[in-house]
Design a protein around this ligand. Structure first.
Ligand code: SAM
Length: 287
C-alpha cells in the first residue's frame, strides 16, 4: 500500500514514520509513504500557496492551482476525466483491492469522522493520497473536483492537516495484511469488528482472548505482580483460561459502559454479556 501526502510542511513528518510497526512495515516493503511539497508546484518567486478568501473574512485559503498541479503530477485528474475507479466504484464492484485510481482524501474538520471502520475500508485500497490543509482550509473546488472523501480525525480544529494525515497513515497501515505479526490482532482490539463471528464456548464466553467485537479492549497487566502495593487481579495468575476470558469480557463491558456507552449499541453481545451488563448497571444504580 502506498500513501502520498501533499503538504506545505514535508519536514513535519521527519521521524514520525520511523518507529516501531510503521517503520517495519516500510522496511519490509508492505507500505510506503511519499511526501510532496506543495510549494514545488508553484511558479512565482515567493512560491505562493495561499490567497485571501473571496467574500472577505479571516485568514488565508490554500489556492487551487498548486494543489491541482500536485495531484495531476500523481496522475490524478478531476473526477469524470480520469480512467480508473474510486473507492465507491471499488465497493460497487465488490473488489477488496484495486490497482485503479488512487483514493484522494482531504483532511478537514468538516469531514466524515475517521473511525476504525473507515480505517478498515482504507486498508483495502492500494494507493491513498492525503491532502493537508492549512490556514482557513483548501479552496473548495479541490474538494469537489479531485477528492473522494473529506475526513476529520475528531471534533476539534487542528492548525493543519499534517497531524491528521499521520494519524490516518498510522491507523490504516497497521491493518494492512502482514503488518501486524498476528493478523487477527487488528480485528480483536478496541473498536474491533462489531459484526465479527467471534465464536463462543458453551457458557457464551467469546473464545478469543482478545475479542473486542465492537467494545473497548480489556485492561492489560504485566510483571511485577505487585507494584506500589497494588497487586494484579488474582484471576490473571491462576492459569484458568476460561475464568480469564470471562473476567476480560466483563472488564470490556465495564469499561465500554463507563467510557463509551454509545459503542454498546453496535457491539456483538451474547446473552451472557447482556446479563453481565444488567448486573453492572444494577451495581451502578445501587452506589
Ligand atoms: N476553517 C476550518 C474549519 O473551521 O473547519 C479549519 C481550518 S484548520 C485551522 C486548517 C487545516 O487543518 C484544515 O484545512 C485541515 O486540513 C486541518 N484540520 C483541522 N482540524 C482537523 C480535523 N479535526 N481533522 C482533520 N483535519 C483537520
Amino acid at each position: 500500500m502506498r500513501f502520498e501526502i501533499v503538504t506545505i510542511f514535508p519536514g513535519f513528518f521527519a521521524g514520525i514514520f520511523e518507529h516501531g510497526i510503521v517503520r517495519r512495515a516500510q522496511t519490509e516493503g508492505l507500505v510506503s509513504v511519499a511526501l510532496h511539497d506543495l510549494r514545488n508546484y508553484t511558479h512565482d518567486r515567493h512560491r505562493t500557496v495561499d490567497d485571501r478568501p473571496f467574500g472577505g473574512g479571516e485568514g488565508m485559503v490554500l489556492k487551487p492551482e498548486p494543489l491541482a498541479e500536485a495531484l495531476e503530477s500523481l496522475g490524478i485528474l478531476p473526477k469524470g476525466r480520469d480512467q480508473g475507479p474510486g473507492i465507491g466504484d471499488q465497493q460497487k464492484q465488490g473488489n477488496d483491492r484495486t490497482k485503479g485510481r488512487p483514493l484522494v482524501i482531504l483532511l478537514s474538520a468538516q469531514g466524515k469522522r475517521f473511525t476504525q471502520a473507515v480505517a478498515r475500508e482504507l486498508a483495502k485500497v492500494d494507493r491513498v493520497v492525503l491532502i493537508c490543509g492549512r490556514y482557513e482550509g483548501v479552496d473548495e473546488r479541490i474538494n469537489e473536483l479531485y477528492c473522494d472523501m473529506e475526513v476529520s480525525i475528531g471534533d476539534y480544529v487542528l492548525s493543519g492537516g499534517e497531524l491528521a494525515a499521520a494519524v490516518v497513515v498510522d491507523t490504516v497501515m497497521r491493518l494492512v495484511p502482514g503488518v501486524l505479526g498476528n493478523e487477527a490482532s487488528g480485528e480483536f482490539e478496541s473498536f474491533g469488528v462489531a459484526d465479527a463471528e467471534i465464536g463462543t464456548d458453551e457458557d457464551g464466553v467469546p473464545r478469543s482472548q482478545h475479542g473486542a467485537g465492537g467494545l473497548l479492549d480489556y485492561p492489560h497487566y504485566t510483571r511485577p505482580a505487585e507494584f506500589a502495593g497494588w497487586a494484579v487481579p488474582q484471576v490473571l495468575l491462576n492459569g484458568d483460561h476460561q475464568q480469564i476470558r470471562r473476567w476480560r469480557r466483563e472488564q470490556q463491558l465495564r469499561k465500554t459502559l463507563r467510557n463509551r456507552p454509545d459503542l454498546l449499541e453496535g457491539a456483538v453481545l451474547s446473552d451472557e454479556d447482556r446479563r453481565l451488563l444488567e448486573a453492572i448497571r444494577r451495581e451502578g444504580a445501587q452506589q
